[in-house]
Write a protein that binds this ligand. Structure first.
Ligand code: HEC
Ligand code: HEC
Length: 358
């Protein structure tokens, strides 16, 4: 009998305890605000685009994207607080730089021409020589690059931590106001992922909404022909194979390292990342060193300026005779087709820059 009584009273005690805990829980949440997590953001894949690759651990959220946008435009990340990411990646230039070389925080010139930043959801390797193997790894590098922002991460972290707004913004985005380089890079990438350009006439023609002009269609045929061979490296809706090639810009005496700087392999000498051909109208000058000012110069190069250097890509099969040899009419048609890849709505989209009161 006594053991029964013990068991029953123990049970009652447990029930009472559970109720109390529950009550305390309820009372607690009614006293303080329920902490909401960041709002998930779903990136829309444009019609005809492939699925994209995104690390699970950096899910996009509205707060994360807003924070990344603010950081991208904030000179606080540079030594002299005079340049931001957006100083060398201007929206009006499709997030590239109209200057051949960009100028960093101390006025020094960058080694290469700036690259446009859009549709990076479909890229896995970054920089002309591919030295960053993820978006997050890329985003860390401009800050410590001595020519670009010339800062150290501990210094940046202190600046952001002491800022009147940033701790709160990090808390909203990531649930912590302890700012570190990893979170800065994540926010930056979240914003960059939203830079999607997919509304050119080229896109609308692919979707069957409009027809290209006769000249543009001739250009498209040339682009996709074995004769001009552009499509092998710049084909598909992304207009890049996201790979690295030596397209014959230089002769044997002047081959730049390119991808070899990263891999150390002789076979990668003079190879560079295939750039997108979207928004070329906004991204001049062209190539890793910005050597060509106009599309006319680029097309002249592929037509009769190619160097048959010892590492030129096998796909540049007309390199032996200096290029694919187009006549004036063909060149004009090809340029007309390249211009159809212009998406003015992207460079004018005000939602991509911070609002004035941000
Ligand atoms: C001083 C100018 C300058 C600043 C500041 C700068 N960049 Fe760049 N960015 C460049 C140049 C130049 C390249 C190409 C460099 C190379 O390939 O070595 C580049 C390349 C990139 C790329 C590679 C794109 C691709 O397709 O591979 C990304 C992404 C990028 N920058 C993002 C950023 C972000 C984010 C910031 C701010 C944290 C930033 N940049 C700050 C000049 C700059
Ligand atoms: C073997 C691959 C390959 C082929 C074929 C090829 N390209 Fe390229 N293209 C590249 C690479 C790689 C670069 C960057 C080279 C560099 O900067 O060193 C490039 C750069 C360009 C650029 C400059 C873009 C920028 O933002 O700087 C344009 C424009 C271009 N190509 C158009 C064409 C056209 C038009 C054709 C056909 C006539 C063509 N390409 C054929 C690989 C190729």
């Amino acid at each position: 009998m006594r053991s029964w009584a013990v068991i029953v009273s123990l049970l009652i005690a447990v029930i009472v305890l559970v109720r109390c805990v529950k009550d305390v829980g309820i009372a607690d949440t009614s006293l303080t605000d329920v902490k909401q997590g960041p709002t998930p953001f779903h990136l829309k894949i444009p019609p005809g685009f492939p699925d994209y690759f995104l690390k699970e651990e950096n899910r996009l959220t509205e707060e994360g994207i807003a924070l990344g946008k603010r950081l991208f435009f904030d000179p606080i990340l540079s030594r002299n607080e005079n340049i931001s990411c957006s100083s060398c990646h201007l929206q009006s230039s499709s997030f590239s730089d109209p200057r051949v070389k960009s100028l960093g925080t101390t006025g020094e010139e960058t080694a290469f021409h700036s690259m446009p930043i859009f549709n990076i959801a479909w890229m896995n390797e970054f920089f002309w020589n591919g030295r960053a193997k993820s978006r997050e790894a890329q985003a860390l590098l401009p800050v410590t690059n001595p020519v670009e922002m010339n800062m150290t991460w501990p210094e940046v972290e202190v600046r952001l931590q002491n800022h009147p707004d940033y701790p709160e913004l990090f808390d909203a985005a990531f649930g912590t106001d302890q700012i570190d380089s990893f979170l800065v890079a994540q926010a930056m990438v979240q914003y960059e992922m939203t830079l999607i350009s997919s509304n050119s006439r080229f896109d609308r023609a692919l979707r069957g909404e409009i027809a290209l002009t006769e000249q543009e269609q001739i250009g498209q045929i040339i682009f996709n022909s074995e004769q001009a061979d552009c499509f092998h490296c710049h084909g598909g809706v992304l207009t890049t194979d996201n790979s690295f090639h030596n397209n014959g810009l230089d002769d044997d005496m002047h081959l730049p390292l390119g991808l070899m700087e990263v891999t150390g392999k002789e076979e990668d000498l003079g190879k560079f990342k295939t750039p997108t051909l979207r928004n070329l109208i906004f991204t001049a000058p062209y190539m890793h060193d910005g050597r060509f000012q106009t599309l006319g110069e680029v097309v002249d190069f592929y037509s009769e300026g190619v160097h048959d250097n010892r590492n030129v890509d096998v796909l540049m099969e007309f390199a032996y005779k200096g290029g694919v040899e187009m006549n004036a009419e063909e060149k004009e048609a090809l340029i007309a087709f390249l211009r159809t890849m212009t998406d003015a709505s992207f460079v004018e989209d005000e939602s991509l820059v911070p609002a004035l009161d941000d």
